[in-house]
Design a protein around this ligand. Structure first.
Ligand code: CA2
Length: 146
């Protein structure tokens, strides 16, 4: 059964514990269950991962590129967290692996501090979903089905 990979960057393991006014009250586990329900509509499985380490995200994106080429993976839903605004390495990994990525942000980064307005990832993403909370993950999976 084809899979979708949902990758989450630093501090997103804290979802649901603090700052609900910015990030909502759902935990990453809640979001994972929601993703599984949506992916099942398309006959896909979902694997949700989170890491606080930039290089681990790079490794996962490279693996994802290989899996897309073998047909076992549809694409990646990626919330790179704060690495969005800093990481040339993650951008290069997406470009190099030629993996379809939908970039997701829970909060509306454009309504926040100026340093959050730039994304190194957006230019190499297939699409970007910003500011719709956990619903953005669901929309990203639906976008991969298009
Ligand atoms: O809005 C998003 O999804 C972000 O990617 C979240 C990142 C932030 O650095 C980006 O600018 C936008 C931060 C995730 C931190 O998540 C927390 C959740 C609960 C409590 C503390 C942090």
């Amino acid at each position: 059964m084809p899979a979708v990979l949902v990758l989450n960057g630093p501090n997103l393991n804290l979802l649901g514990t603090r700052e609900p006014e910015i990030y909502g009250s759902q935990t990453l586990a809640d979001i994972g269950q929601q993703c599984e329900r949506v992916a099942a509509e398309f006959g896909w499985t979902v694997e949700v991962r989170q890491t606080n380490h930039e290089g681990v995200l790079v490794d996962w994106l490279q693996e994802a590129g290989a899996a897309v080429r073998t047909g076992s993976l549809i694409g990646v839903v990626l919330n790179p967290g704060a690495y969005t605004h800093t990481s040339v390495a993650i951008r290069d990994a997406i470009e190099g692996a030629q993996v379809p990525v939908i970039e997701v942000h829970l909060s509306n980064v454009h309504a926040r501090e100026a340093f959050r307005h730039q994304s190194y990832v957006s230019p190499v993403a297939r699409g970007v979903i910003i500011g719709l909370g956990a619903y953005g993950y669901e929309l990203a999976i639906r976008a991969l089905a298009r």
